[in-house]
Structures are given as structure tokens and as C-alpha cells.
Design a protein around this ligand. Structure first.
Ligand code: NDP
Length: 332
């Protein structure tokens, strides 16, 4: 059983020597447990937080422990009545070939709805983040302007499309011409901004949002979010979903300068963690699954083969080298 463990804690951006590949015996399940062979591993920005020992909403990975992570896999051996050999499941298997998971913590994946890897993206945690964050906090109304940062990514791409379905005018922000073309042409947003190419981001945003901003779904924080500040309409809503531009900063980011605008425009800012709606995940997955099956919700996956490539791929994702939901293919 190959495992990727945390060798040391990164200072700033993670490097390959923060990770270590080790070999261990394949474990045997005890009562209530299920042994799962990983097929697809999800790489997600939150894992950067788990590598650090700073206080967060979830415990950090300890030095020498297997890196935490969601994966889709096949049941090899089950001592839980809800699962049998051959079932396809999703759960916290970690960065390894085989994981032992409590049966109650696994969910079955229906291969008839969409390819099983989607359980890590559009039909999994990132899709649900978009769904609940947008509809429970952002609540876009027809004709309102919705701005989405990291718009080509796993969460952002779903937000863009759900926003269009809700009748909003959607403006995506992404880095580079390929991602911007995808957001505009494939996801069907009304305008897109390449934040890496714009010298004056605030000006470009003002031009793309002639009626101001009613909902801002923020995945990045930092300078992109600062550029939003003066465009908020009265009673705008801002979903603080992620701050990826801060994650690799050794001392965090100093800001934000948006607060004056928050005050004068009575903007509602709410942080969110997708687990807040855990009891409603099955309903969310069912709804998103219907959209995918009907061809109304597109998704893009960025798949790299081989568990041994997980560290480099993860480091690249934090720098924006991924294009779509980042996934490692571990086995057939
Ligand atoms: P993505 O698939 O969007 O991948 C990350 C993307 O972030 C990169 O492709 C890159 O796109 C962008 N990015 C990287 N660095 C910067 C930077 N300095 N400034 C601006 N953009 C940057 O990841 P996810 O969709 O999985 O996650 C998006 C965000 O949502 C993350 O912040 C994550 O932590 C958060 N999240 C929060 C959850 C919650 O419950 N609150 C749950 C899931 C995710 P580009 O090339 O366009 O810059």
C-alpha cells in the first residue's frame, strides 16, 4: 500500500520535500469498517491548510501521517452491512492506494448518473459548495449581477452556471486566455475578466459590471477582492468561500480594504463551510446530478495519472496550473 505522508510543514508554498512516499501493508477491516481501493483522488486547496498547524475549522495532518483527502474507490472488503465488495464509494480515503473507512462515513456513487470521478467535483464537495453557498447565502435574483472569482475552477465553474440558471448576469474572473475563453464560451457567462492581464482590475470590473455587483462569490481573496470593493450595490451579498491567494503567504494577507464599502452599502458578508449543510448533501447531489444528466451543467476535470504525482500536482494547483477540478487517477 503506497501512502503519501506529510514529511514537514511548508513555510509559504509547499515543496516536494514536504511529502514522503512510504510503503505499508494493506490493512484489514474491523467490524463496521470498509477497505477501499482508491481509483481517483481529489486534490483540493483546503489541504494546504491541513499541512499547517495554524488553528482552523479542521485538525491538521500530523507529521508522518497520511495526507488527508477525499477519493472515489472500489470496495475490496467490507465489514459494514451497507457495503459489499465491488461497490463504488466516495469517502476520506487519503493519499494512498488502500484506505480503511468507517462505513457510516462512506457514500455510494451511482455510475449511471455520470463518470464516477465527478463525485469529487461537480457531484461532490466542490459542487455542493457552489450550490449551497450561492443559493443559501448569495440568493441571486433574476437580472442581478453575480461576480465569481476562480471562475474556471471546481467550485467557480458550478457557481457560474447555477448563477446563469437563476437568471443573474454573471461575470467570471480567471487567470489567462484559455481559462477565460472556457468561462465565457463553455460556461456561458456574460463577461469574463483575465485578472492576470488587466493592469487596472478595478476599472475592468467596473466596465464589466455597469449596474454594480449584487452578489460576489469569492474563492480567492487578496488583490482580486480588493478590486471589487467600490462596485457593491446596496444590500449586496458576499460569500467568503475561499482565500486561495492567501494560503501560501507565510504571514497571511494584510487587508481587506473592502470594509468601508461593506459598511456604506450594508453588504452582507458571510463565511461558509460546505459541511454546514451536511444533512442536505444527498438532496444537493441529486439536484446537481439531474442538471449534469440533462446537459445543463458542464464540468471539466484536470486528471493526472499516478499517486506519486500527487505532491507536484497539488503544488501546481495552488499556483493555478490546474484547469478544472484537480484529480489524480490512481487505478483503473
Ligand atoms: P480550483 O479548481 O478553483 O483551483 C484553484 C484555482 O485558484 C486555480 O486554478 C487558480 O485559477 C486560482 N488561484 C490560485 N492562486 C490564485 C491567486 N493568487 N489569485 C487568484 N486566483 C488564484 O479550486 P476549488 O474550486 O477546489 O476551490 C476554490 C476555492 O474554494 C478555494 O479557495 C478553496 O479553498 C475554496 N473552497 C471552500 C470550501 C468551503 O466549504 N468554504 C469548499 C471547497 C473549496 P486562476 O488560474 O484562474 O488564477
Amino acid at each position: 500500500n503506497r501512502q503519501i505522508t506529510l514529511a514537514s510543514r511548508p513555510v509559504g508554498a509547499p515543496t516536494p520535500d514536504n511529502f514522503k512516499l512510504v510503503e505499508t501493508a494493506v490493512p484489514t477491516p474491523e467490524r463496521g469498517q470498509v477497505l477501499v481501493k482508491a481509483l481517483y483522488l481529489s486534490l483540493d486547496p483546503y489541504m494546504r491548510g491541513r499541512m499547517s498547524d495554524a488553528k482552523s475549522y479542521a485538525p491538521s495532518v500530523k507529521i508522518g501521517e497520511v495526507m488527508t483527502g477525499g477519493a472515489v474507490g472500489r470496495v475490496i472488503d467490507s465489514r459494514h452491512p451497507g457495503f459489499k465488495e465491488g461497490d463504488i464509494v466516495e469517502g476520506r480515503i487519503g493519499w494512498q492506494d488502500y484506505g480503511l473507512v468507517e462505513g457510516g462515513m462512506l457514500r455510494k456513487v451511482d455510475p449511471d448518473v455520470a463518470p464516477i470521478s465527478t463525485a469529487l467535483g461537480v457531484l461532490g464537495m466542490p459542487g455542493l459548495t457552489a450550490y449551497f453557498g450561492l443559493f443559501e447565502i448569495g440568493k441571486p435574483r433574476p437580472g442581478e449581477t453575480l461576480v465569481v472569482s476562480a471562475a474556471s475552477g471546481a467550485v467557480g465553474a458550478v457557481v457560474c452556471q447555477l448563477g446563469k440558471m437563476a437568471g443573474a448576469r454573471v461575470v467570471g474572473i480567471a487567470g489567462g486566455p484559455d481559462k477565460c475563453a472556457y468561462v465565457k464560451d463553455e460556461l456561458g457567462v456574460d463577461a469574463v475578466i483575465d485578472y492576470k492581464a488587466e493592469k487596472d482590475l478595478a476599472k475592468a470590473l467596473a466596465a464589466a459590471c455597469p449596474d454594480g455587483i449584487d452578489v460576489y462569490f469569492d474563492n480567492v481573496g487578496g488583490p482580486v477582492t480588493d478590486a471589487i470593493a467600490n462596485l457593491f450595490n446596496l444590500r449586496a451579498r458576499m460569500i467568503v468561500c475561499g482565500l486561495i491567494s492567501h494560503y501560501n503567504m507565510p504571514d497571511g494577507y494584510v487587508g481587506p480594504s473592502i470594509l468601508r464599502s461593506v459598511l456604506t452599502n450594508r453588504v452582507l458578508i458571510q463565511g461558509m463551510i460546505v459541511f454546514d449543510w451536511h444533512d442536505r448533501w444527498p438532496a444537493g447531489i441529486a439536484q446537481l446530478g439531474k442538471f449534469v444528466k440533462a446537459g445543463k451543467l458542464k464540468y471539466k476535470e484536470d486528471v493526472t495519472e499516478g499517486l506519486e504525482n500527487a505532491p507536484a500536482t497539488f503544488i501546481g494547483m495552488l499556483e493555478g496550473r490546474n484547469f478544472g477540478k484537480t484529480i489524480i487517477k490512481i487505478a483503473e
